[in-house]
Design a protein around this ligand. Sequence first.
Ligand code: KG4
Ligand code: ZN
Length: 391
Amino acid sequence: MKTGSTKQGPAVILGLESSCDETAAAVVRGGNELLSSVVASQFATHAPYGGVVPELASREHLRSIVPVTRAALREAGLDYASVDAIAVTRGPGLAGALLTGVSFAKSLAWALEKPLIGVNHIEGHIHAVLLEQARAGGRELQFPVLALVVSGGHTHLFQVERQGTSWRYADIGHTRDDAAGEAFDKTAKLLGLGYPGGPAIERAAQSGNSKAVPFTFAQLKHRARQESKRAGRMQEGRPRFDFSYSGIKTAVLRYVETHRMDATIAVHRRGLMEIAEPSAEDYRARCSRQTLDLAASFQAAMVGDLTQRALAACEEYGAQTLLVTGGVAANRALRDSLQQRAPESGVQVLFPGRAMSTDNAAMIAAAAYPKWIAEEFAGWELTAEADLPLR
Ligand code: KG4
Ligand code: ZN
Protein backbone atom coordinates (compact mmCIF):
# COMPACT_ATOMS: atom_id res chain seq x y z
CA MET A 1 0.00 0.00 0.00
CA LYS A 2 2.97 2.34 0.66
CA THR A 3 3.75 2.47 -3.04
CA GLY A 4 0.27 3.68 -3.87
CA SER A 5 -0.45 0.43 -5.66
CA THR A 6 -2.92 -2.32 -5.05
CA LYS A 7 -2.63 -5.88 -6.27
CA GLN A 8 -4.31 -4.79 -9.49
CA GLY A 9 -2.20 -1.63 -10.03
CA PRO A 10 -2.35 2.01 -8.89
CA ALA A 11 -5.09 2.79 -6.39
CA VAL A 12 -8.50 3.74 -7.77
CA ILE A 13 -10.15 6.45 -5.65
CA LEU A 14 -13.79 7.46 -5.71
CA GLY A 15 -14.02 11.18 -4.86
CA LEU A 16 -17.15 12.92 -3.56
CA GLU A 17 -17.75 16.66 -3.34
CA SER A 18 -20.73 18.52 -1.83
CA SER A 19 -19.32 21.63 -0.13
CA CYS A 20 -21.41 24.27 -1.92
CA ASP A 21 -23.84 24.14 -4.84
CA GLU A 22 -22.44 21.28 -6.90
CA THR A 23 -22.89 17.58 -6.17
CA ALA A 24 -19.98 15.74 -7.74
CA ALA A 25 -18.42 12.30 -7.94
CA ALA A 26 -15.36 11.16 -9.86
CA VAL A 27 -13.01 8.23 -10.21
CA VAL A 28 -9.24 8.81 -10.48
CA ARG A 29 -6.60 6.10 -10.77
CA GLY A 30 -3.11 6.63 -9.40
CA GLY A 31 -3.78 10.28 -8.58
CA ASN A 32 -3.57 11.41 -12.19
CA GLU A 33 -5.63 9.19 -14.48
CA LEU A 34 -9.15 10.57 -14.74
CA LEU A 35 -11.60 7.71 -15.30
CA SER A 36 -14.79 9.74 -14.84
CA SER A 37 -16.09 13.03 -13.47
CA VAL A 38 -19.77 13.85 -12.99
CA VAL A 39 -21.02 17.22 -11.70
CA ALA A 40 -24.68 18.03 -10.96
CA SER A 41 -25.00 21.77 -10.71
CA GLN A 42 -27.72 23.44 -8.64
CA PHE A 43 -27.65 26.74 -10.56
CA ALA A 44 -31.31 26.49 -11.52
CA THR A 45 -32.32 26.00 -7.87
CA HIS A 46 -30.44 29.04 -6.57
CA ALA A 47 -30.77 31.39 -9.57
CA PRO A 48 -34.10 32.94 -8.47
CA TYR A 49 -32.41 34.00 -5.20
CA GLY A 50 -29.24 35.39 -6.80
CA GLY A 51 -27.05 33.28 -4.49
CA VAL A 52 -26.76 29.90 -2.78
CA VAL A 53 -29.54 29.13 -0.27
CA PRO A 54 -27.90 26.69 2.20
CA GLU A 55 -31.06 24.71 3.06
CA LEU A 56 -31.88 24.21 -0.61
CA ALA A 57 -28.28 23.17 -1.30
CA SER A 58 -28.44 20.41 1.35
CA ARG A 59 -31.74 19.13 -0.03
CA GLU A 60 -30.38 19.02 -3.59
CA HIS A 61 -27.20 17.19 -2.47
CA LEU A 62 -29.37 14.56 -0.76
CA ARG A 63 -31.31 14.09 -3.97
CA SER A 64 -28.31 13.92 -6.27
CA ILE A 65 -25.50 12.19 -4.40
CA VAL A 66 -26.53 8.58 -5.12
CA PRO A 67 -27.36 9.04 -8.84
CA VAL A 68 -24.23 11.16 -9.38
CA THR A 69 -22.02 8.53 -7.71
CA ARG A 70 -23.61 5.74 -9.74
CA ALA A 71 -23.08 7.75 -12.93
CA ALA A 72 -19.39 8.31 -12.09
CA LEU A 73 -18.84 4.58 -11.51
CA ARG A 74 -20.74 3.70 -14.69
CA GLU A 75 -18.71 6.19 -16.73
CA ALA A 76 -15.51 4.66 -15.31
CA GLY A 77 -16.75 1.13 -16.13
CA LEU A 78 -16.45 0.13 -12.48
CA ASP A 79 -18.66 -0.96 -9.62
CA TYR A 80 -18.55 -0.05 -5.94
CA ALA A 81 -16.48 -3.12 -5.09
CA SER A 82 -13.66 -2.24 -7.49
CA VAL A 83 -12.65 1.11 -5.94
CA ASP A 84 -9.82 1.07 -3.41
CA ALA A 85 -10.85 4.04 -1.25
CA ILE A 86 -13.56 6.67 -0.80
CA ALA A 87 -12.42 10.31 -0.57
CA VAL A 88 -14.72 13.11 0.49
CA THR A 89 -14.57 16.88 1.00
CA ARG A 90 -14.76 17.50 4.75
CA GLY A 91 -14.49 21.31 4.63
CA PRO A 92 -14.47 24.23 4.30
CA GLY A 93 -17.95 24.95 2.96
CA LEU A 94 -21.61 25.00 3.97
CA ALA A 95 -22.05 22.79 7.05
CA GLY A 96 -25.27 21.07 5.94
CA ALA A 97 -24.03 20.58 2.38
CA LEU A 98 -20.72 19.10 3.55
CA LEU A 99 -22.52 16.79 5.96
CA THR A 100 -24.45 15.12 3.14
CA GLY A 101 -21.23 14.12 1.37
CA VAL A 102 -19.41 13.13 4.56
CA SER A 103 -22.29 10.96 5.83
CA PHE A 104 -22.70 9.27 2.46
CA ALA A 105 -18.94 8.63 2.15
CA LYS A 106 -18.80 7.16 5.64
CA SER A 107 -21.73 4.85 4.93
CA LEU A 108 -20.13 3.69 1.68
CA ALA A 109 -16.74 3.10 3.29
CA TRP A 110 -18.35 1.19 6.13
CA ALA A 111 -20.56 -0.96 3.92
CA LEU A 112 -17.79 -1.69 1.39
CA GLU A 113 -15.07 -2.04 4.04
CA LYS A 114 -12.85 0.45 2.18
CA PRO A 115 -10.58 3.14 3.63
CA LEU A 116 -12.08 6.63 4.00
CA ILE A 117 -10.03 9.76 3.20
CA GLY A 118 -11.05 13.30 4.26
CA VAL A 119 -9.91 16.09 1.89
CA ASN A 120 -9.77 19.86 2.33
CA HIS A 121 -11.74 21.49 -0.49
CA ILE A 122 -9.05 24.15 -1.06
CA GLU A 123 -6.38 21.45 -1.34
CA GLY A 124 -8.66 19.83 -3.90
CA HIS A 125 -8.66 23.02 -6.01
CA ILE A 126 -4.85 23.07 -5.91
CA HIS A 127 -4.70 19.43 -7.00
CA ALA A 128 -7.04 20.17 -9.91
CA VAL A 129 -4.10 21.99 -11.51
CA LEU A 130 -1.64 19.19 -10.73
CA LEU A 131 -4.07 16.58 -12.07
CA GLU A 132 -4.50 18.41 -15.36
CA GLN A 133 -0.76 19.03 -15.66
CA ALA A 134 -0.05 15.35 -15.15
CA ARG A 135 -2.73 14.40 -17.68
CA ALA A 136 -1.24 16.81 -20.22
CA GLY A 137 2.20 15.26 -19.63
CA GLY A 138 3.50 18.59 -18.30
CA ARG A 139 7.05 18.96 -17.05
CA GLU A 140 8.06 18.50 -13.40
CA LEU A 141 6.78 21.24 -11.13
CA GLN A 142 9.44 23.91 -10.53
CA PHE A 143 9.65 25.05 -6.87
CA PRO A 144 9.13 27.43 -5.10
CA VAL A 145 5.43 27.12 -5.92
CA LEU A 146 2.65 29.53 -4.93
CA ALA A 147 -1.06 28.87 -5.39
CA LEU A 148 -3.79 31.45 -5.87
CA VAL A 149 -7.16 29.90 -4.97
CA VAL A 150 -10.00 32.17 -6.09
CA SER A 151 -13.55 30.95 -5.75
CA GLY A 152 -16.94 31.89 -4.37
CA GLY A 153 -15.90 31.12 -0.82
CA HIS A 154 -12.11 31.63 -0.86
CA THR A 155 -9.43 34.02 -2.01
CA HIS A 156 -6.15 32.65 -0.74
CA LEU A 157 -2.47 32.68 -1.58
CA PHE A 158 -0.48 29.68 -0.36
CA GLN A 159 3.12 28.67 -0.50
CA VAL A 160 3.00 25.03 -1.57
CA GLU A 161 5.67 22.58 -0.50
CA ARG A 162 6.17 18.91 -1.24
CA GLN A 163 7.64 16.83 1.58
CA GLY A 164 8.23 13.34 0.22
CA THR A 165 4.88 12.29 -1.14
CA SER A 166 2.95 14.69 1.14
CA TRP A 167 1.99 18.30 0.45
CA ARG A 168 2.09 21.22 2.89
CA TYR A 169 0.58 24.70 2.54
CA ALA A 170 1.42 27.99 4.25
CA ASP A 171 -1.12 30.82 4.10
CA ILE A 172 0.71 33.91 2.84
CA GLY A 173 -2.40 36.00 2.15
CA HIS A 174 -6.16 35.79 2.10
CA THR A 175 -9.17 38.04 1.78
CA ARG A 176 -10.07 40.08 4.81
CA ASP A 177 -13.72 40.25 3.80
CA ASP A 178 -15.44 39.03 0.61
CA ALA A 179 -13.98 36.35 -1.64
CA ALA A 180 -13.33 37.33 -5.27
CA GLY A 181 -16.11 35.07 -6.58
CA GLU A 182 -18.46 36.48 -3.96
CA ALA A 183 -17.71 39.99 -5.29
CA PHE A 184 -18.54 38.78 -8.82
CA ASP A 185 -21.77 37.17 -7.58
CA LYS A 186 -22.92 40.18 -5.53
CA THR A 187 -22.06 42.68 -8.27
CA ALA A 188 -23.88 40.60 -10.89
CA LYS A 189 -26.93 40.45 -8.62
CA LEU A 190 -26.81 44.22 -8.10
CA LEU A 191 -26.55 44.82 -11.84
CA GLY A 192 -29.37 42.34 -12.60
CA LEU A 193 -27.11 40.09 -14.68
CA GLY A 194 -28.02 36.72 -13.12
CA TYR A 195 -26.43 33.86 -11.18
CA PRO A 196 -23.73 32.61 -10.98
CA GLY A 197 -22.26 36.06 -11.24
CA GLY A 198 -18.78 35.26 -12.58
CA PRO A 199 -19.81 33.88 -15.96
CA ALA A 200 -22.60 36.52 -16.20
CA ILE A 201 -20.18 39.41 -15.68
CA GLU A 202 -17.65 37.82 -18.03
CA ARG A 203 -20.23 37.65 -20.83
CA ALA A 204 -21.64 41.13 -20.20
CA ALA A 205 -18.11 42.57 -20.01
CA GLN A 206 -17.38 41.47 -23.57
CA SER A 207 -19.52 44.35 -24.89
CA GLY A 208 -18.46 46.97 -22.32
CA ASN A 209 -15.68 49.51 -22.04
CA SER A 210 -13.36 48.38 -19.24
CA LYS A 211 -11.93 51.89 -18.86
CA ALA A 212 -15.29 53.61 -18.37
CA VAL A 213 -15.29 53.54 -14.55
CA PRO A 214 -11.99 53.64 -12.66
CA PHE A 215 -12.12 51.50 -9.47
CA THR A 216 -9.32 51.52 -6.95
CA PHE A 217 -8.28 49.15 -4.18
CA ALA A 218 -6.96 49.87 -0.72
CA GLN A 219 -3.27 49.30 -0.09
CA LEU A 220 -3.15 46.45 2.45
CA LYS A 221 0.25 46.23 3.98
CA HIS A 222 1.39 44.45 7.08
CA ARG A 223 4.03 41.95 7.97
CA ALA A 224 3.50 38.30 8.78
CA ARG A 225 3.61 37.63 12.48
CA GLN A 226 0.50 36.00 13.90
CA GLU A 227 -0.23 34.03 10.75
CA SER A 228 3.29 32.66 10.44
CA LYS A 229 3.18 31.49 14.04
CA ARG A 230 -0.10 29.76 13.42
CA ALA A 231 1.13 28.14 10.25
CA GLY A 232 4.42 27.25 11.93
CA ARG A 233 6.29 28.43 8.86
CA MET A 234 9.23 30.69 8.12
CA GLN A 235 7.51 33.83 6.89
CA GLU A 236 8.25 36.03 9.88
CA GLY A 237 8.92 39.56 8.66
CA ARG A 238 7.77 38.92 5.11
CA PRO A 239 4.92 41.10 3.85
CA ARG A 240 1.53 39.45 3.60
CA PHE A 241 -0.51 39.56 0.42
CA ASP A 242 -4.04 40.04 1.71
CA PHE A 243 -7.04 40.97 -0.42
CA SER A 244 -10.22 42.98 0.21
CA TYR A 245 -13.22 42.91 -2.09
CA SER A 246 -16.10 44.35 -0.11
CA GLY A 247 -15.13 47.93 -1.03
CA ILE A 248 -15.51 47.48 -4.78
CA LYS A 249 -18.99 46.03 -4.28
CA THR A 250 -19.96 49.16 -2.33
CA ALA A 251 -18.38 51.36 -5.02
CA VAL A 252 -20.52 49.66 -7.70
CA LEU A 253 -23.63 50.17 -5.52
CA ARG A 254 -22.80 53.86 -5.09
CA TYR A 255 -22.29 54.25 -8.85
CA VAL A 256 -25.67 52.61 -9.54
CA GLU A 257 -27.38 54.92 -7.03
CA THR A 258 -25.75 58.19 -8.11
CA HIS A 259 -26.39 57.42 -11.80
CA ARG A 260 -29.99 56.36 -11.05
CA MET A 261 -29.59 53.05 -12.90
CA ASP A 262 -32.25 51.17 -10.88
CA ALA A 263 -35.07 51.41 -13.39
CA THR A 264 -33.02 50.28 -16.41
CA ILE A 265 -31.50 47.44 -14.35
CA ALA A 266 -34.99 46.25 -13.33
CA VAL A 267 -35.96 46.04 -17.01
CA HIS A 268 -33.05 43.90 -18.18
CA ARG A 269 -33.14 41.79 -14.98
CA ARG A 270 -36.68 40.69 -15.91
CA GLY A 271 -35.70 40.09 -19.54
CA LEU A 272 -32.59 38.08 -18.70
CA MET A 273 -34.47 35.90 -16.17
CA GLU A 274 -36.48 34.47 -19.06
CA ILE A 275 -33.30 33.08 -20.66
CA ALA A 276 -31.80 29.89 -19.16
CA GLU A 277 -28.16 30.76 -19.84
CA PRO A 278 -27.85 34.21 -21.44
CA SER A 279 -25.06 34.54 -24.02
CA ALA A 280 -22.75 37.52 -24.53
CA GLU A 281 -25.09 38.53 -27.36
CA ASP A 282 -28.13 38.42 -25.02
CA TYR A 283 -26.36 40.75 -22.58
CA ARG A 284 -25.34 43.11 -25.38
CA ALA A 285 -28.88 43.23 -26.74
CA ARG A 286 -30.69 43.70 -23.42
CA CYS A 287 -28.43 45.74 -21.13
CA SER A 288 -27.78 49.48 -21.25
CA ARG A 289 -24.35 50.73 -22.31
CA GLN A 290 -23.84 52.01 -18.77
CA THR A 291 -24.44 48.52 -17.28
CA LEU A 292 -22.13 46.84 -19.81
CA ASP A 293 -19.41 49.42 -19.12
CA LEU A 294 -19.81 48.96 -15.38
CA ALA A 295 -19.53 45.15 -15.70
CA ALA A 296 -16.41 45.49 -17.87
CA SER A 297 -14.81 48.04 -15.52
CA PHE A 298 -15.56 45.88 -12.48
CA GLN A 299 -14.04 42.80 -14.11
CA ALA A 300 -10.94 44.71 -15.22
CA ALA A 301 -10.43 46.06 -11.70
CA MET A 302 -10.77 42.61 -10.11
CA VAL A 303 -8.46 41.04 -12.67
CA GLY A 304 -5.90 43.83 -12.23
CA ASP A 305 -5.87 43.51 -8.45
CA LEU A 306 -5.65 39.70 -8.41
CA THR A 307 -2.86 39.76 -11.01
CA GLN A 308 -0.87 42.46 -9.26
CA ARG A 309 -1.06 40.88 -5.78
CA ALA A 310 -0.34 37.34 -6.99
CA LEU A 311 2.70 38.43 -9.01
CA ALA A 312 3.99 40.64 -6.18
CA ALA A 313 3.84 37.57 -3.91
CA CYS A 314 5.68 35.51 -6.54
CA GLU A 315 8.48 38.07 -6.62
CA GLU A 316 8.75 38.18 -2.82
CA TYR A 317 8.94 34.38 -2.60
CA GLY A 318 11.09 33.92 -5.71
CA ALA A 319 8.35 31.62 -7.06
CA GLN A 320 9.04 29.66 -10.24
CA THR A 321 5.46 28.46 -10.57
CA LEU A 322 2.06 29.97 -9.81
CA LEU A 323 -0.95 27.65 -9.70
CA VAL A 324 -4.23 29.53 -10.26
CA THR A 325 -7.42 27.66 -9.45
CA GLY A 326 -11.02 27.87 -8.13
CA GLY A 327 -14.13 29.08 -9.95
CA VAL A 328 -12.80 32.56 -10.73
CA ALA A 329 -9.80 30.94 -12.48
CA ALA A 330 -12.29 30.06 -15.24
CA ASN A 331 -12.36 33.78 -16.11
CA ARG A 332 -10.73 34.36 -19.50
CA ALA A 333 -9.65 37.92 -18.70
CA LEU A 334 -7.86 36.74 -15.53
CA ARG A 335 -6.14 33.94 -17.43
CA ASP A 336 -5.00 36.29 -20.19
CA SER A 337 -3.79 38.92 -17.73
CA LEU A 338 -1.70 36.45 -15.72
CA GLN A 339 -0.36 34.71 -18.82
CA GLN A 340 0.72 38.05 -20.27
CA ARG A 341 2.33 39.47 -17.16
CA ALA A 342 3.86 36.40 -15.47
CA PRO A 343 6.82 36.03 -17.85
CA GLU A 344 8.09 39.50 -16.72
CA SER A 345 8.37 38.01 -13.22
CA GLY A 346 9.97 34.78 -14.49
CA VAL A 347 6.98 32.74 -13.32
CA GLN A 348 5.21 29.93 -15.11
CA VAL A 349 1.44 30.14 -14.52
CA LEU A 350 -0.58 26.94 -14.57
CA PHE A 351 -4.38 26.73 -14.64
CA PRO A 352 -6.75 23.77 -14.70
CA GLY A 353 -9.04 23.55 -17.73
CA ARG A 354 -12.04 25.84 -17.32
CA ALA A 355 -14.36 22.97 -16.35
CA MET A 356 -11.89 21.72 -13.75
CA SER A 357 -11.55 25.24 -12.24
CA THR A 358 -15.02 25.16 -10.69
CA ASP A 359 -16.11 22.59 -8.11
CA ASN A 360 -15.72 18.96 -9.10
CA ALA A 361 -14.82 15.66 -7.42
CA ALA A 362 -11.87 14.68 -9.61
CA MET A 363 -9.79 17.23 -7.69
CA ILE A 364 -10.87 15.59 -4.42
CA ALA A 365 -9.89 12.10 -5.61
CA ALA A 366 -6.55 13.47 -6.91
CA ALA A 367 -5.76 15.26 -3.63
CA ALA A 368 -6.59 12.06 -1.74
CA TYR A 369 -3.95 9.99 -3.54
CA PRO A 370 -0.90 11.20 -1.55
CA LYS A 371 -2.95 10.53 1.60
CA TRP A 372 -3.64 7.01 0.38
CA ILE A 373 0.09 6.45 -0.06
CA ALA A 374 0.78 7.87 3.42
CA GLU A 375 -2.15 5.83 4.81
CA GLU A 376 -3.68 9.00 6.22
CA PHE A 377 -7.10 7.42 6.63
CA ALA A 378 -10.01 8.98 8.47
CA GLY A 379 -11.78 7.27 11.33
CA TRP A 380 -15.54 6.98 11.83
CA GLU A 381 -15.42 10.22 13.81
CA LEU A 382 -14.77 12.18 10.55
CA THR A 383 -17.14 15.16 10.46
CA ALA A 384 -17.86 18.16 8.29
CA GLU A 385 -15.88 21.27 9.26
CA ALA A 386 -17.30 24.47 7.77
CA ASP A 387 -14.16 26.51 8.61
CA LEU A 388 -11.49 23.88 8.06
CA PRO A 389 -8.12 25.63 7.54
CA LEU A 390 -5.52 24.35 5.04
CA ARG A 391 -2.03 23.62 6.31
O1 KG4 B 1 -14.80 26.95 -7.02
P1 KG4 B 1 -16.24 27.24 -7.13
O2 KG4 B 1 -17.04 26.43 -8.15
O3 KG4 B 1 -16.97 27.12 -5.75
C1 KG4 B 1 -16.41 27.53 -4.54
O4 KG4 B 1 -15.55 26.80 -4.00
O5 KG4 B 1 -16.79 28.64 -4.11
O6 KG4 B 1 -16.35 28.80 -7.47
C2 KG4 B 1 -17.59 29.41 -7.73
C3 KG4 B 1 -17.33 30.89 -7.92
C4 KG4 B 1 -18.59 31.70 -8.04
O7 KG4 B 1 -18.47 32.85 -7.21
C5 KG4 B 1 -18.63 32.07 -9.51
O8 KG4 B 1 -19.29 33.31 -9.77
C6 KG4 B 1 -17.16 32.16 -9.83
O9 KG4 B 1 -16.57 31.10 -9.11
N1 KG4 B 1 -16.90 32.00 -11.26
C7 KG4 B 1 -16.36 32.95 -12.04
C8 KG4 B 1 -16.38 32.42 -13.37
N2 KG4 B 1 -16.92 31.16 -13.32
C9 KG4 B 1 -17.24 30.91 -12.02
N3 KG4 B 1 -15.89 34.18 -11.76
C10 KG4 B 1 -15.43 34.93 -12.77
N4 KG4 B 1 -15.44 34.50 -14.06
C11 KG4 B 1 -15.90 33.28 -14.40
N5 KG4 B 1 -15.90 32.87 -15.67
ZN1 ZN C 1 -14.56 25.42 -4.72
